[in-house]
Design a protein around this ligand. Structure first.
Ligand SMILES: [Fe+2]
Ligand SMILES: [Fe+2]
Length: 135
């Protein structure tokens, strides 16, 4: 079990975004458990690829929403997404090529990155979007 679980303190008061954050956390937990259970590299690669795809999808959802409402700090926000996107895509490539191992530390790094990003960057746009009727 991961040391971070989604609870109300992570809520940005936007139903779809909260749902995606929860799903992403659940997927990270699934990957963590799969490593714990000693699943094959193929199984881990499958979960990792779903997770990467979901992160890309989630960032896209947020970015579209922020563009739509002309969020003034869009550039900085997107930069954070981009850094993580590049990092996990690179990790995935190395993992599939057999150059990296999928460990608990890798999943923890992703989990902590996401938790930190939600608590700071996502929380920052929350009141801005809420004030524009986005819930
Ligand atoms: Fe987010
Ligand atoms: Fe974000």
């Amino acid at each position: 079990m991961l040391d971070i679980v989604w609870d109300q303190s992570y809520s940005v008061q936007i139903a779809e975004i909260d749902r995606q954050h929860q799903k992403f956390t659940a997927m990270l937990d699934m990957l963590f458990e799969a490593i714990e259970a000693g699943r094959s590299q193929e199984v881990l690669a499958g979960i990792l690829s779903e997770l990467v795809a979901y992160a890309v999808y989630h960032f896209d959802t947020e970015e579209q929403l922020l563009i739509k409402h002309h969020y003034p700090e869009f550039g900085a926000h997107q930069k954070e997404h981009e850094a993580f996107r590049i990092r996990i895509l690179e990790f995935q490539r190395s993992f599939v090529a057999g150059k990296e191992t999928l460990t608990h530390d890798v999943v923890k790094f992703m989990t902590h990155w996401i938790a930190e990003h939600v608590m700071n960057a996502d929380m920052k746009y929350a009141p801005f979007l809420n004030a524009r009727g986005v819930f």
